[in-house]
Design a protein around this ligand. Structure first.
Ligand SMILES: NC(=O)c1ccc[n+]([C@@H]2O[C@H](COP(=O)([O-])OP(=O)(O)OC[C@H]3O[C@@H](n4cnc5c(N)ncnc54)[C@H](OP(=O)(O)O)[C@@H]3O)[C@@H](O)[C@H]2O)c1
Length: 259
C-alpha cells in the first residue's frame, strides 16, 4: 500500500533501537525524511546509516536526551517543522511502588508524560497551519492492563493518554491526528533485559523465563518490532486522517477484554 506520505518529514524520538527504530524504518520506507534519535552516538549513527541504506531515504541521526530541554531543542533544530512526530522514551525501571520517593515519581511523570506534551507543544501549530500532522505516542499495554511494579509507567502514560484525548479533538479539524500505540510483549532489548532479571530472580534460565511469558500471550509468541513499525506508519499515513484519539493495543491478544 502506498501510504501517501512520501516527502513528509518525521521526528521519531528514542529510535536507535527497538520499537522506535522500527517506526523510523517504516516511515523511511514510506518515503519520509526521518530523524533518528538516541543518546548513544555510535548506535544512533549506525542505525540512521542502516535505515538510509535499506530505504534510500534521508535519515539524520540526532544524539540527544529527549527528556531534556537541550535534547528537544536539538531535535527541532535538525527538523524545525515535522509533519510526523513519534513520541517515545525509556520506561521507568521495575520497582515496588513503596520504593518510589517523590523525586523518582516526578522523574517518571516527566519521562512518560511531560516530555511528550512538550514535544507536541513545539510541533503542533505548524502542523495545524499546514493542515497535515500525525502524532503517535508509544505508551504501553499497561495503560489498559496494569502490571505490578510498573505502576509509575502505567500511571504516567495513562495521564498522557487522558491529557491528549482532549488535545486531539482540538486539532482534528486541521487534519492533525494524535493516537497511541500500546505494546504488549515485543522482542526488543528492553524485553531481553527484563527476561534476564526474571530468570535471575526466579533462578531459572532465560529460555524458561521467555517460555513462561510467551505462554501468557494468546498468540504464543512475542511481537516483532517490524509489526509495530508497520502499524505506526499506517497511523501516520494519508489514509489515517479520520483516526484520532485512539489507543491501538498490539499485544497478541493478551488483554482479555472485548473492548
Ligand atoms: N518492548 C516491549 O515489550 C514494551 C512493552 C510495553 C511498553 N514498552 C515501552 O515502549 C518504549 C520502547 O521500548 P523498547 O522495547 O523499544 O525499548 P529499547 O529496546 O530499550 O529501546 C529504547 C530506545 O530508546 C532510546 N532512548 C532511551 N532513553 C532515551 C532518551 N532519554 N533520549 C533519547 N533516546 C532514548 C534508546 O537509545 P539510547 O539508550 O541510546 O538512548 C533506544 O533507542 C519504552 O517506553 C517501553 O517502556 C515496551
Amino acid at each position: 500500500m502506498d501510504l501517501g506520505i512520501a516527502g513528509r518529514k518525521a521526528i521519531v524520538c528514542a529510535s536507535s533501537r527497538g520499537l522506535g527504530r522500527a517506526c523510523a524504518h517504516h516511515l523511511a520506507a514510506a518515503g519520509c525524511e526521518v530523524i533518528v534519535n538516541g543518546r548513544d552516538k555510535a548506535k544512533t549513527e549506525s542505525t540512521a546509516a542502516e535505515i538510509a541504506k535499506a530505504t534510500g531515504a534521508k535519515v539524520t541521526p540526532v544524539i540527544a536526551d529527549v527528556s531534556t530541554a537541550a535534547g528537544q531543542a536539538a531535535l527541532f533544530a535538525a527538523m524545525p517543522e515535522p509533519d510526523i512526530l513519534v513520541n517515545n522514551n525509556a520506561g521507568p525501571p521495575f520497582r515496588d511502588f513503596r520504593e518510589l520517593d517523590r523525586q523518582k515519581m516526578i522523574d517518571g511523570v516527566v519521562a512518560n508524560m511531560i516530555v511528550a506534551i512538550e514535544l507536541i507543544q513545539k510541533a503542533i501549530d505548524p502542523m495545524s497551519a499546514k493542515k497535515f500532522g500525525r502524532i503517535v505516542n508509544i505508551t504501553s499495554g499497561s495503560v489498559k492492563m496494569p502490571i505490578g511494579g510498573l505502576d509509575l509507567s502505567s500511571g504516567a502514560r495513562a495521564g498522557l493518554t487522558a491529557f491528549l484525548a482532549g488535545v486531539s479533538r482540538q486539532v482534528a479539524a486541521n487534519n492533525v491526528t494524535i493516537n497511541f500505540i500500546l505494546p504488549g510483549s515485543f522482542d526488543t532489548d528492553r524485553l531481553g533485559h527484563n527476561m534476564e532479571s526474571v530468570a535471575k530472580n526466579q533462578n531459572i534460565t532465560v529460555e524458561q523465563a521467555r517460555a513462561a511469558r510467551t505462554a501468557t500471550v494468546p498468540a504464543r509468541r512475542f511481537g516483532q518490532p517490524d509489526e509495530f513499525g508497520a502499524a505506526c506508519a499506517f497511523l501516520c499515513s494519508a489514509h489515517a486522517g479520520y483516526i484520532t484519539g485512539q489507543n491501538l493495543l498490539i499485544d497478541g491478544g493478551a488483554f482479555p477484554g472485548a473492548f
